[in-house]
Ligand binder design. Structure first.
Ligand SMILES: Cc1cc2nc3c(=O)[nH]c(=O)nc-3n(C[C@H](O)[C@H](O)[C@H](O)COP(=O)(O)OP(=O)(O)OC[C@H]3O[C@@H](n4cnc5c(N)ncnc54)[C@H](O)[C@@H]3O)c2cc1C
Length: 433
């Protein structure tokens, strides 16, 4: 059974609405990409069924992660040489988008896990390292990947601190001090998706160099995996947000937490190189929101055709105003998908300025359009469509979170794009007194 058959619900009946493949035309994908998307689509109906409860309770979908584990998807971006599926950035994004159409919170949480594998895997492979660093990284990442592939463990990615660091405008306030055999970590992270659910927290810290207490710059960032049960790690704070409630993104604090040298997810000093040279990694959040947008569109068509299970047979598709809105939604969805696919083709180490600008534009558009598609869906489906018994109001709330997510909030995308549109590297204006 393919992704398309499953979304349709009742097999390939040509009279029923058959939702599009998440990539539009699957013929353009590799056989592995098609197979991975179908693998997620096979789990999707279970995720969708559980989504309402996790949203209501703001609880983490542990069962979905069990399913991902059983389907071998936790090792999606672990290199094949380390027992994983060896998926690259583009394949990951396609998988995440398909997952997002079934459960946004699961897809967003999965993103955090996969990023730890991508940063240390395909991205690290493209970076410049000395041969000693490369050998050391190879030895250490084998330990991390064994945990993922061999033991089904999950990594989270708590970067945000509530200040300018996650926006890339200040060094991380979480400090890792070099000590005998490892590092001692102190600091606090906010909005840590998978808090209390992950086995490991991939924490970005500033490496405190000798004689530089609390000092260091953004260049001194170090990426360390902290065991969730290490002494000194605390999860705190309420979690009762507007949307993406199943991510359970609570606060984490680290009080003199010791981790050994093997905690490094990248060699010292390499995170800065990775972040500067592979900016597409900061767009890994947007595939989830393409999935949410697709789900809002699919819902709208099924609702207006009176094909949603359990609904009274009231057709609404014959009104021209509704037809116009669905057309507008389809145009927006296809434009969003086209930019999403463009990002996947463009992703590379050291993109040129035009490619970077396309990336900001695409990321901004996916995040904003996802919310706009949900808005249009509610407006055209009408009052009964936003009842809590249906998924649309959750999609709407989930979609609202996209453009708030650092490092590339909608505002920060506009800032970066606006500046790069008008200035070349190194250009400055004269000071106006
Ligand atoms: C559902 C959900 C899940 C999340 N999961 C994670 C996670 O797993 N890991 C993680 O690290 N984070 C996660 N986040 C956090 C998210 O990425 C943001 O960091 C968080 O929303 C920050 O909130 P804030 O109100 O402090 O942001 P803001 O106030 O928007 O930004 C924080 C700081 O960034 C700087 N800044 C903001 N805008 C600008 C601007 N235009 N120009 C210059 N500087 C600016 C400022 O210094 C500001 O104080 C999640 C968020 C959500 C909603």
């Amino acid at each position: 059974m393919t992704a398309v058959d499953l979304v349709g619900g009742e097999g390939p009946d040509p009279r029923r609405y058959r939702p599009s493949h998440i990539a539009g035309n699957p013929a353009a994908l590799s056989p592995q990409q098609r197979e991975l998307i179908d693998r997620v689509a096979a789990l999707g109906p279970r995720f969708a069924e559980r989504a309402a409860r996790h949203d209501r309770e703001a609880s983490f979908p542990f069962e979905n992660f069990e399913d991902l584990r059983a389907a071998g998807l936790l090792g999606l971006c672990v290199p094949r040489a380390h027992g994983g599926l060896g998926a690259d950035f583009a394949s990951y994004a396609l998988v995440a988008a398909e997952m997002g159409r079934w459960c946004g919170s699961t897809a967003l949480s999965f993103n955090m896990h996969v990023c730890a594998c991508l940063w240390s895997g395909a991205i690290a492979d493209a970076l410049d390292m000395t041969s000693a660093q490369r050998a050391d990284h190879e030895r250490i990442r084998a330990i991390h990947y064994q945990r993922v592939v061999g033991q089904g463990q999950v990594y989270a990615q708590p970067f945000s601190e509530g200040g300018a660091a996650a926006a890339g405008a200040a060094p991380w306030g979480t400090i890792a001090r070099k000590v005998d055999g490892g590092y001692s970590i102190r600091g606090k992270k906010i909005f840590a998706t998978l808090a209390g659910a992950a086995h490991w927290y991939g924490v970005l810290c500033t490496l405190e160099l000798p004689g530089q207490v609390g000092g260091g710059t953004w260049r001194d960032a170090i990426y360390l995996a902290v065991p969730a049960d290490a002494p000194g790690v605390t999860v705190s704070g309420d979690w009762d947000p507007l949307g993406m409630r199943g991510t359970v993104s609570r606060n984490l604090s680290f009080t003199d937490v010791f981790v050994p040298d093997e905690a490094r997810l990248m060699p010292e000093g390499l995170y800065h190189q990775a972040a500067s040279r592979f900016p597409h990694m900061f767009a890994t959040l947007s595939p989830t929101y393409l999935g949410v947008a697709q789900a809002a569109y699919d819902f709208t068509v099924q609702y207006l055709r009176a094909e949603l299970p359990g609904m009274p047979h009231v057709l609404r598709r014959m009104y021209p105003t509704k037809q116009h809105t669905v057309a507008e939604m389809r145009i927006k969805l296809e434009a969003t998908r086209a930019l999403f696919l463009q990002n996947l083709r463009d992703a590379c180490i050291d993109p040129d300025k035009d490619t970077r600008m396309r990336l900001y534009a695409a990321h901004f558009t996916i995040m904003e359009n996802a919310n706009d598609l949900c808005r249009l869906a509610i407006r055209t489906c009408g009052g009964q469509s936003m009842l809590k018994s249906l998924p649309l109001e959750r999609l709407y709330r989930d979609s609202r979170c996209g453009s708030l997510m650092l490092p590339w909030t909608a505002e920060l995308c506009l800032d970066r794009l606006g500046r790069e549109c008008l200035y070349e590297a190194g250009e400055q204006d004269e000071q106006i007194e």
